[in-house]
Every structure is written in structure tokens, then in C-alpha cells.
Ligand binder design. Structure first.
Ligand code: ATP
Ligand code: MG
Length: 263
């Protein structure tokens, strides 16, 4: 991984981050005045129920979301800065791979798009081979993507994001639909990416048991950040045994506060 000149700064810093979505007469505020940080070299879990804004937040960080206001700095640059393109790996919620290409051809294609003409062919091939091995698809490298299972296809997408060893990986629900063994293997890979390669991971999920595997958590609800803490601190602070219980308690408390205010 590259060392950045901005050293100790968090990977992501957001202040008054607001996003409005929806065209026409009824645009809605889907992210509402968020302030948070994603620390470097750690796994931050972005958790919250369906529709709370996880994907919108990730799209904002990788620079593909329109109508973003406030401050959003990513790896020391404003989100969407062209220099960030090769420093961020992003896996969208719906895997995007070409069905009529093999696993390796998909990776070769994206490697060429990512780094047109710059890396020598041999280095690029080694990068592709490593990314395929990282997601445990070496034995399927010559299979057509269209013939893979859902879990295998989503791992091809993840391999694409790992090309070029980006400093920040933004993974939108990467473990959905995977069996328990694969989920465990992927989480082991995520930990290796942070511990050994020094990468920063932002991983969304609405499966609360995955929260326990993260170093830090951002809990979201209805376009707002409910809490930013480590799993341990969150459980201790809320006197709960699990992150799921802690989350539900925070939701109840937020609802109670909202009722107070409208009284
Ligand atoms: N293209 C769009 N136009 C208008 N509103 C949208 C659009 N896409 C998403 N939204 C709204 O933005 C809100 C946040 O959506 P988002 O996809 O970020 O949620 P999420 O937390 O990722 O949900 P999930 O867990 O189901 O993936 C939702 O209320 C959704 O209806
Ligand atoms: Mg989503």
C-alpha cells in the first residue's frame, strides 16, 4: 500500500454531509447533516436497516453521488477528486461483471481500464493473479462469469476492487448471499487487508452479527448517524450483550427523544 503524505489524518472525514435524492418535485434528504470519521488501517462497519442511506453514503465517498453538500474529505482530498480513482476500490451492491468473459478476462479488462498502459504487462498479470487468489477463485479463473454462482460472481467484483492494492476499500454488502464458510473466509481476508497490507475498509451490512467483526462501527438510521464507536465500547455504554441489542436500544432512545421534542 502507498504511504500518503497526509499521514495521520482519517481516511474519511465528513462534516455537515447532506445528500438529497430524487428528481422532480419531491427530492428527499436521504443523508442529513452527518459528521463522522473513518480511521485509517481499520475495518469500519456501516450498519443500519434497509433504506437508511448506507449505499448513498458509500456512493458519496467514492464520488459517484450527485447533490452532495457539506465537507467530505477522502484520503486527504475532496470526495470525487480524480486522484482518488486509483486509490479507492469500490464494490457496488449489485455485482457488475461481464458474463461473457471468464474470471481472468474480467480482471484483465478492469486492470487495463484502471491503469491504461502504465503498468508493465507482467506486473499487471501478477496483480490480477493475486486478486483472483485473494478471493479464492484461482480454480475458477478460466470459468465464464455467467456460469458462476451468485457468491462466486460477487467475489469477482471484490477481486476487481482489490486490483492495484487500493488504500481504501468501500464494500457495499459484500457478504450478502454467501454461505457461512465463505463469509468467514472473506472476513479473514478483510482483516488481512488491514493488518498486513495497511488498507482501510468501509464495509456495509445489515447483518448485525457482522458488526462484531469490525474494529469500528457507524450505526445509521433514517439518514442519520446513531453512533460511532467500537463494538466493545458500544456494548459497554448501552449495557447490552450484543451490538444488535445496543443498536435497538439506541433506536428506542432516539425515538423517545423525538417524541419528547414533538410534545
Ligand atoms: N435514485 C434514487 N432516487 C431517489 N431516492 C433514492 C434513490 N436511490 C435511493 N433512494 C432513497 O434513498 C434512501 C437511501 O437509500 P440507500 O440505497 O442509500 O439505502 P441503503 O441503506 O443502502 O439500503 P439497503 O440496505 O436496502 O441497500 C432510501 O430511502 C431510498 O428510497
Ligand atoms: Mg444499499
Amino acid at each position: 500500500m502507498n504511504k500518503s503524505p497526509d499521514g495521520g489524518a482519517p481516511a474519511v472525514h465528513a462534516q455537515h454531509l447532506t445528500v438529497r435524492r430524487g428528481a422532480g418535485r419531491n427530492p428527499r434528504t436521504v443523508l442529513d447533516d452527518l459528521a463522522f470519521e473513518v480511521p485509517r488501517g481499520r475495518i469500519t462497519g456501516l450498519l443500519g436497516p434497509s433504506g437508511c442511506g448506507k449505499s448513498t453514503l458509500m456512493r458519496s465517498i467514492v464520488g459517484t453521488q450527485a447533490h452532495v453538500t457539506g465537507t467530505l474529505d477522502v484520503l486527504g482530498r475532496p470526495a470525487g477528486h480524480p486522484e482518488l480513482r486509483s486509490r479507492i476500490g469500490y464494490v457496488t451492491q449489485a455485482p457488475s461483471v461481464y458474463d461473457d468473459l471468464t474470471v481472468r478476462q474480467n480482471l484483465d479488462y478492469f486492470a487495463a481500464v484502471l491503469d491504461p498502459g502504465r503498468a508493465v504487462a507482467e506486473r499487471r498479470r501478477a496483480d490480477v493473479t493475486r486478486a483472483i487468489a485473494d478471493v479464492d477463485l484461482t480454480t475458477h479463473a478460466t470459468a465464464l462469469a455467467g456460469n458462476l454462482s451468485g457468491g462466486q460472481r460477487s467475489r469477482v467484483s471484490l477481486a476487481v476492487a482489490l486490483l492495484g492494492a487500493p488504500e481504501l476499500l468501500v464494500l457495499d454488502e459484500p457478504t450478502v448471499g454467501l454461505d457461512p464458510v465463505l463469509r468467514r473466509d472473506l472476513w479473514n481476508l478483510f482483516h488481512e487487508l488491514t493488518a498486513v497490507r495497511g488498507a482501510t475498509l468501509l464495509v456495509s451490512s445489515h447483518v448485525m452479527d457482522e458488526a462484531e467483526r469490525c474494529h469500528d462501527l457507524l450505526l445509521m438510521r433514517e439518514g442519520r448517524i446513531l453512533a460511532q464507536d467500537t463494538p466493545d465500547a458500544l456494548r459497554t455504554r448501552t449495557h447490552c450483550a450484543t451490538v444488535e441489542e445496543a443498536f435497538l436500544r439506541l433506536v428506542d432512545e432516539a425515538d423517545a427523544r423525538a417524541r419528547e421534542q414533538t410534545r
